[in-house]
Design a protein around this ligand. Structure first.
Ligand code: AMP
Ligand code: ZN
Length: 471
């Protein structure tokens, strides 16, 4: 039995998907106006742990993660640099995909971009107008929160001081500032806009996730995730829009991770403590140490990022890597273990599963794993572990890594560092619009047996037989 904490209601409940064996999962994706920071990756790694654990437990998972490529922040950023919205957001979208792969985050099944779903949003807004939940003011459309009975149920805000009809155009605002929010914003000088039957304009942030989640997962789906800052107003507004439109429950389980802070303080650019993944990798941090640090604290607890905490995470992870290396490279006697190893591994599996089944209690799962390491090491020290036992223990660790994803990819799957940096250099050349250099690097890689494929979600590589010199 798996149990998760549901922000809606604030209780830990048994998790039972709507369709037996199949989970619909929506996770709020990046607003691509900047390079993702390690706080964002805390959210994505928590969601990845959740998804991997569901898969490990035998569920099929359909995972949708939006890319917010139009909102107040992306428009402002593009305007500042004199770029089109697409030119501006492309760089950060790419950085997000590359960072996610670096942290071994499994790709979603669909990454819908807001700018590619304007008709779906317009249709939803039209429906809300027709049903009387929305109204026009000066070319913009607003959601009337007083009309929706359940407004505030997720964030448990008090609506006592509600001033009916008070409106805001901003995508983000504080709880103290509850008001009617913009679904559709009339065009402003210099801003991008779309022609729809609502009139010209662009969508508000919240309507994006309501429209795209229902398109890919249906009107009611199982799990919706984000960081705690998403609870209000973003997710509260998503519920209002979707439930007002369909008359059905929108999401069954809401899961939110607490924030990551740095040295006990909220990250901010002005304090200079807002690290991106690239900053840390450039400083020599192993990205999988960071992944381990991010997932090893329970998702509903605040995570304090410090260099000591990272070093400790790295040390624990290395203990596991060394253990696995020994199992896979040392020679063990042909016989000896008997049944001891099977019961050690059986207990560890049970403990690991029980921990994560209890609202993703990762500490309990990791204790079970490291207790197994200790017990197997004792068997090794006393010469009792035989070759089959060592193989079983190694396979067990690799099996759990389907959930943790903290082991380096197997040697044959990894790309030599020189080739990886050549791919990186080509990406940079493309971003700098130096296409001659980009093409030259692509050709060099091809001669070394690596073919590149540019996809909408980033560059992929495949091994092929090295091409000979051009004849
Ligand atoms: P954004 O790109 O700002 O829309 O955020 C993407 C995701 O990162 C959302 O789920 C946020 O809730 C989450 N997030 C933002 N800051 C933090 C933080 N400091 N710690 C954990 N999650 C965060
Ligand atoms: Zn969202």
């Amino acid at each position: 039995m798996i149990r998760f904490h549901n922000t809606l209601g604030g209780r830990i409940e048994p998790f039972i998907p709507l369709v037996p064996g199949h989970v619909g999962l929506y996770t709020c994706g990046p607003t691509v106006y900047n390079y993702p920071h390690i706080g964002n990756y805390r959210a994505y790694v928590f969601e990845d742990l959740l998804k991997r654990f569901l898969l490990f437990s035998g569920f099929k998972v359909t995972h949708v993660m939006n890319i917010t490529d139009v909102d107040d922040k992306t428009i402002l950023g593009a305007e500042r640099l004199g770029q089109t919205l697409q030119e501006y957001t492309q760089v950060y979208t790419q950085a997000f995909f590359e960072g996610s792969a670096t942290l071994r985050i499994m790709p979603a099944d669909v990454y819908p971009r807001a700018t590619e779903h304007i008709p779906e949003m317009a249709a939803l807004i039209r429906g809300l107008l027709d049903k009387g939940y929305a109204y026009y003011r000066e070319g913009s459309v607003y959601f009337s929160i007083a009309k929706f009975q359940g407004y505030g149920k997720l964030s448990r805000i008090r609506l006592d001081d509600l001033e009916p009809g008070r409106r805001s155009d901003a995508d983000e605002y504080e709880k103290e500032n509850v008001h009617d929010f913009a679904l559709w914003k009339a065009p402003k000088e210099g801003e991008p806009f779309w022609e729809t039957d609502l009139g010209p304009g662009r969508p508000g942030w919240h309507i994006e996730c309501s429209a795209m989640s229902s398109k890919y997962l249906g009107e009611t789906f199982d799990i919706h995730c984000g960081g705690v800052d998403n609870i209000f107003p973003h997710h509260e507004n998503e519920i209002a829009q979707s439930e007002a439109f369909t008359g059905k429950p929108f999401v069954r389980t809401w899961m939110h991770c607490h924030h990551l802070v740095v040295d006990g303080e909220k990250m901010s650019k002005s304090k200079g403590n807002q690290y991106t993944l690239m900053d840390l990798v450039a400083a020599g941090v192993d990205p999988l140490d960071l992944r381990f640090l991010l997932l090893a604290t329970h998702y509903r607890k605040m995570l304090n990022y410090t260099s000591d905490a990272l070093a400790q995470a790295g040390a624990s992870r290395r203990r596991l890597l060394d253990f696995l290396y020994e199992l896979e490279h040392r020679s063990f006697p042909a016989s000896g273990t008997g049944t001891g190893i099977a019961s050690v591994l059986g207990r560890a599996r049970e403990g690991f599963q029980a921990g994560l089944s209890d609202d993703l209690n990762i500490s309990e799962s990791l204790s079970a794993l490291f207790e197994m390491v200790r017990e197997v090491n004792t068997l090794v020290a006393s010469g009792e572990l035989d070759a089959k036992g060592a193989g079983d223990a190694a396979a067990f660790v690799r099996g759990l890594d389907e959930v943790l994803a903290i082991l380096p990819p197997k040697a044959e799957e990894a790309l030599p560092a020189a080739m990886a940096s050549k791919i990186e250099a080509r990406q940079k050349a493309r971003r700098d619009r130096d296409f001659a250099l980009a093409d030259r690097l692509r050709d060099e890689l091809l001669r070394e047996g690596i073919v590149l494929e540019d996809t909408k979600d980033g560059v992929r590589w495949k091994r092929v037989r090295p091409a000979g010199p051009a004849s």
